[in-house]
Design a protein around this ligand. Structure first.
Ligand code: GLN
Length: 543
């Protein structure tokens, strides 16, 4: 029988609920259980594909082509499992199913009500995940914070599942304990309120994960225990850590895994964190840095820098750097800045390698192209991801092949030399304004050309990688580009699409139409990132 663990957040968002979920999963997995995780997002959007990255962070893409919340990426990285479309629930998805069913007369003449029909649909989806994955544990992360109007119906679904089968569902509250500077003391009151709010939804948390800047001391644990009505052993101290990958190990030190098993009347088990611990040891050790610049535009939000928009890229850089026992130092390079100020391009020389990641729309495009040109000419290791590949092609076409007007039809609709063009079926979709979930999404096969750098990196002829794009390299220009030294290193044979390009006379210049970052895992760095970092380290030595 599958067991369900519902995880809700208290006090404020952004305290690491997703990492807590991924870590709980990792612990149970390390005890030999099969685990999966569900993300519930309370927004009306059917998926995250239509949400601006500065709003909600990166849009993660699953193998089966769903554009979802970045937390799913964390689940994948921790559990080393592919999480599929089914595991992603939004208010929009739930309501759409209920309304479609109603229109199909599937409610047999009943009036369809928010309660219980909406929670019932949520429950149906959660149970379907259990059935499909055959997991021992399904961890359900309820997005947002308790007390929000938006996630009430999800809490209601959790309560109803618990009511039906109390032995099969437990609740974890991930709460935040502030230490206000002027007081200098850790405060438990907001967590007490969050628990009360959960109580008013009919839910008593079984475990409280107490997130804070510092460890939670005995005194504070006692307070939480008494006021939140839980066993003191179920207050788990979760202080800030250097790396998210330490979190499962820290939780285990607090005996979280066996506390969870006890709630389900299961026997305690030992966890095996050997390999994971080795990676954590490398992370914690003082190491030589490898300096990587990311030329992007989705990181400025007011006066703050938001790294969430490129989270998978950042993690992939880290995984590869740790593989070489290096400390990744990631810097944000503003594409727009290069547009108005060509001289500042020189700063790129300070980096061992440069990445141009994915993106949409006109803003910052010319600056990114300039940065790519600089990397190509100065022989700085370069990795282009999706848009990064398209811009590398444009740059090469303009500056090496002499196609001055080269561009993508995404940025210049009627451009004379459309080296990047919209895919035919996408043209129709765009015309009909069918934007949601209609890009070329998810995993597609790619055949690698023998002898190329990519082929050597993957050590396979056939690979499969995840995509999210509407535009592609225009095959009409393939010959011109190849004649001037661009290598079409990876091809999707079914559609004859160029998936990877390389440039020969360069220490490392690879760009892919797909997003390799989605498949990198802490113990299994992605081959392209691994080789890129290797080249960057090498260039560093040469500096
Ligand atoms: N905007 C480009 C396209 O749609 C690239 C997308 C991306 O970088 N994910 O093809």
């Amino acid at each position: 029988m599958t067991k369900f663990i519902f995880v809700a957040g208290g006090v404020m968002s952004g305290v690491g609920k997703g990492i807590a979920v991924a870590s709980v999963g990792k612990i149970l997995q390390s005890k030999g259980f099969k685990v999966t995780a569900i993300k519930i997002d309370p927004y009306i959007n059917i998926d995250a594909g239509t949400i601006r990255p500065t709003e909600h962070g990166e849009v993660f893409v699953t193998e089966d082509g769903t554009e979802c919340d970045q937390d799913i990426g964390n689940y994948e990285r921790f559990l080393d499992e592919n999480i599929l479309d089914l595991n992603y629930i939004t208010t929009g998805r739930v309501y759409k199913t209920v309304i479609d069913k109603e229109r199909n007369l599937e409610y047999g003449g009943e009036d369809v009500e928010v309660v219980p029909d909406i929670p019932n649909e949520v429950i149906r989806r959660i149970k379907k995940v259990a059935k499909t994955t055959k997991a021992d544990f399904v961890i359900v992360e309820i997005g947002g914070t308790v007390g929000e109007y938006q996630n009430l119906l999800f809490l209601e679904a959790a309560r109803m599942m618990h009511l039906k089968s109390p032995g099969d569902a437990i609740f974890i509250l991930v709460s935040y304990l502030p230490v206000p500077k002027m007081i200098g003391e850790m405060k438990t009151k907001p967590t007490q309120y969050a628990t009360r709010t959960l109580n008013s939804a009919g839910i008593q948390p079984n475990i409280i994960i107490a997130r804070s800047e510092y460890s939670v001391d005995k005194k504070r644990k006692e307070k939480i225990s008494i006021f939140c009505n839980i066993d003191i052993k179920d207050v788990i101290s979760a202080p800030d850590v250097e790396s998210i990958y330490q979190v499962p190990i820290n939780f285990e030190k607090e005996n979280l895994g066996n506390r969870i098993l006890k709630k389900f009347n299961l026997k305690p088990r030992k966890s095996n964190f050997k390999k994971w611990q080795q990676t954590v040891n490398i992370i914690k050790k003082k190491k030589k840095p490898v300096k990587i610049g990311i030329v992007g535009k989705y990181f400025e939000t007011g006066s703050f820098t938001l790294m969430d928009s490129y989270i998978s890229v950042i993690e992939a850089i880290k995984h590869a750097s740790w593989f070489y026992k290096r400390k990744p130092e990631i810097h944000w390079l503003s594409a727009q800045h290069y547009e108005n100020n060509s001289r500042s391009l020189k700063e790129i020389k300070n980096y061992d390698g440069v990445i141009v990641p994915g993106g949409f729309g006109n803003r910052g495009i010319e600056g990114k192209i300039k940065a790519i040109e600089f990397c190509r000419k100065q022989k700085i290791p370069f990795l282009g991801l999706c848009l990064g590949m398209q811009l590398a092609v444009i740059e090469f076409a303009r500056n090496v092949c002499g196609l001055e007007k080269a561009n993508s039809t995404e940025f210049s609709k009627n451009c004379k030399e459309p080296v990047i063009d919209v895919m035919p079926e996408q043209k129709v979709l765009l015309k009909e304004k069918k934007y949601g979930g209609t890009m070329r999404l998810g995993a597609y096969k790619c055949e690698l050309k023998k002898g190329t750098r990519s082929w050597k990196a993957y050590k396979h002829k056939y690979i499969s990688e995840r995509h999210r794009h509407r535009y592609e390299l225009n095959n009409e220009f393939k010959d011109v580009l190849e004649n001037k030294g661009m290598i079409m290193a990876g091809i999707n044979q079914e559609r004859d699409l160029v998936e990877i390009i390389e440039i020969k006379e360069h220490p490392f210049f690879i760009a892919s139409q797909f997003h390799p970052e989605f498949k990198s895992r802490p113990l299994k760095p992605h081959p392209l990132f691994r080789e890129f970092i290797k080249a960057a380290i090498h260039s560093h030595i040469q500096h």
